[in-house]
Design a protein around this ligand. Structure first.
Ligand code: CP
Length: 311
């Protein structure tokens, strides 16, 4: 049964357990499509998707474009620097013009928290949030959850540590909402300035020493320092950060044998993670990227009114 009734995907905090499970199950079906020789289905034939990225992106923009093409949609990409935002046009006017060009789906990345919700409330087109400031990055949360599910078969009771700059991370917030709703135990780890106690209100444990989670974690999701959102100094320096929170080979030696190492990218080698660790056997960083295709196909399919599970 299709329990998805939404035209938009703005935040995982909005979704019920059933809606999250529906998207993850639909993504599993679409992963099978990606493993065929002919990686294309006609589900969104005749639909138009506009990727509107006001902030830089490698993975998310490309992944949405490929996902839409695999669903047979028509796709256009526009960026802030080549749009009339540079001439003073507002976000709302720009988006209304994209809608007037008969965009069925607008995928928006924006530096302001709330930008996707703002458009979703004002447009008929489906709005998919591809990251809004430090608020949410719902498809990243879904693809991270999907990747963990693939490896463990469940999320219930798993110990997931999210390490790094939680305060400025939309990825952390989307992960926390999904993981808590689906029964995982989440610990946020980092300097007290970047992992304040306020996060406990979301149902997570807060720790300021990475050593506290090394022996118990089933998953470690590493986040980069979001320098672009920090307008003051939150810790003394990168060398100190690496020594206190970097996932080094010595620290990896303390992990459970099947502990997964994740990172949403872009990663800063030698800071939040040693290069050898990022490329090592426990790392599923590139599998996360591949899984993003199936997850985004599921989200586009659901928001465009697709019915039932794809077979
Ligand atoms: N994970 C992620 O959002 O990467 P990009 O910024 O490259 O899209």
């Amino acid at each position: 049964m299709n329990i998805w009734k939404r035209k938009d995907l703005v935040a995982l905090s909005d979704l019920s357990v059933e809606e999250l499970q529906f998207l993850l199950e639909t993504a599993r079906a679409f992963k099978g499509v990606g493993e065929r020789d002919l990686k294309k289905v006609p589900a969104l034939r005749g639909k138009t998707l506009i990727n509107f990225f006001v902030e830089p992106s490698t993975r998310t923009r490309t992944s949405f474009e490929l996902s839409a093409l695999r669903l047979s949609a028509d796709v256009i990409n526009i960026s802030a620097s080549t749009s009339s935002l540079t001439k003073g046009e507002t976000l709302k006017d720009t988006a209304r013009n994209l809608e007037a060009l008969l965009a069925d789906i607008i995928v928006l990345r924006h530096s302001s928290a709330g930008a996707a919700r703002f458009l979703a409330d004002r447009l008929q087109s489906s709005i998919i949030n591809a990251g809004d400031g430090a608020h949410e990055h719902p498809t990243q949360g879904l693809l991270d959850g999907f990747t963990i599910l693939e490896k463990f078969g469940h999320l219930q009771g798993l110990e997931v540590a999210i390490v790094g700059d939680i305060l400025f991370s939309r990825v952390a917030r989307s992960n926390i909402h999904l993981l808590i709703k689906l029964g995982a135990n989440v610990t946020a780890v980092g300097p007290s300035t970047l992992v304040p106690r306020e996060f406990e209100a979301l149902g997570v444990k807060v720790r300021h020493r990475i050593e506290d989670i090394l022996e118990s974690a089933d998953v470690i999701n590493l986040l980069r320092i979001q320098h672009e959102r920090q307008h003051k100094q939150y810790f003394p320096g990168l060398n100190e950060y690496v020594s206190l929170f970097g996932l080094t080979k010595d620290r990896v030696a303390q992990l459970k044998p099947d502990c997964l190492i994740m990172h949403p990218g872009p990663l800063n080698r030698g800071i939040e993670v040693d290069s050898d660790v990022a490329d090592g056997s426990r790392s599923v960083i590139l599998e996360q990227v591949t899984n993003g295709l199936a997850v985004r196909m599921a989200v586009l399919y659901a928001c465009a009114g697709g019915k039932g599970i794809v077979t």
